[in-house]
Design a protein around this ligand. Sequence first.
Ligand SMILES: Cc1ncc(COP(=O)(O)O)c(C=O)c1O
Length: 378
Amino acid sequence: MNYNFDTFIDRSNTQSLKWLRHKGSDVIPMWLADMDFACPPEVVEAVKKRAVHPIYGYTEASDELKRIFIKRVYENSGWKIDPEWIIWLPGVVVGLNVACRTILRPGRMAAIPSPIYPPFIEAPHNMNQGYLITELENIEGRLSLDLDSIDTLIDDDVDLFYFCNPHNPGGSMASLDEINSIVEICNTKNVVICSDEIHSEIILDKSKKHIHLAQTSDIAARNSITFLAPSKSFNIAGLECASAIIPNKEIRDNFEASMKGIVPPVNIFAYEATMAAYKYGDKWLHELLQYLKKNRDILVENVNTMPGLSLYPPEATYLAWIDCSELNADSPAKFFIESGVGVADGSEFGDKNFIRINFACPESLLLKALDRMKEALG
Ligand SMILES: Cc1ncc(COP(=O)(O)O)c(C=O)c1O
């Protein structure tokens, strides 16, 4: 290993959202989706280099960044992105909201598979629009789309389908068949798919490859908005850089019009960091994935021996969605937080019987958290 993911880096004086939540207590924060690892050194260097120039004026993405990004996506997946399709955004959540503003006509709804990362549910709320929930199927712990239920539920009132692949919180990756089915259902019903693929570079299972929904057919491309970002894979979420990829010109123009006056441009440092991550970060990413996979395996092995808990091994992401329904606790999240492990509460994602744990931390911290869980369970 060239990079050291074992070192504990103190984030307590950095206004880290994750570490602020339990400040002043001994609780290990494992709730929010950023990693307790240093990002690639080239990213730090690029940010420092830009900081030395004393003028931080309005800035655009360079053509080189677009070229590198397009090349990267093509090499990873075979998806050919046209430069015109790309819209840079200060974060994917912004994009989820803009998509809602763009696509939903007055009084219409978004369809959202649940459980899900909370900002999906919040987006229609924020835009004073409705939504309906389609429950994900839990097949022996693995979350996947319930296509029959989606087909039945999506009717004339729905304009938009929110898709999260790889899935947060479930960690599952959609198969080509699943993607084809959802594309077909949405196309038949005139529903645009908003595909959040922010976790698509954090694939833990080497035998699996991420498939971008929009690369699967012309229909999929014409009928979708895809979100990608370097923030999860390179641990630069605080810099806020993402992109919407919209092959359909009409949707793209409307999306840009919906951004006007409310979406700020991406900041200078975010562009520099993204460029450095894409140009030089792959060795780091490769080692990170090995480290995450080991942490995932440790977590799965331990959790599945704990009474009342079960965990399907996440195929992607650094998030584990732990089933606590046999635990007999009113709030499993509260139970574990009071035991010193700062988990995310499943109720925020749509299922109070689950907790979500972020395992992107030094192994020693993960083991400490697991010890606390074991002790709490007696
Ligand atoms: C599925 C998903 N989308 C979006 C985000 C946040 O994206 P951003 O910080 O770019 O707004 C997260 C963060 O955890 C996520 O898991």
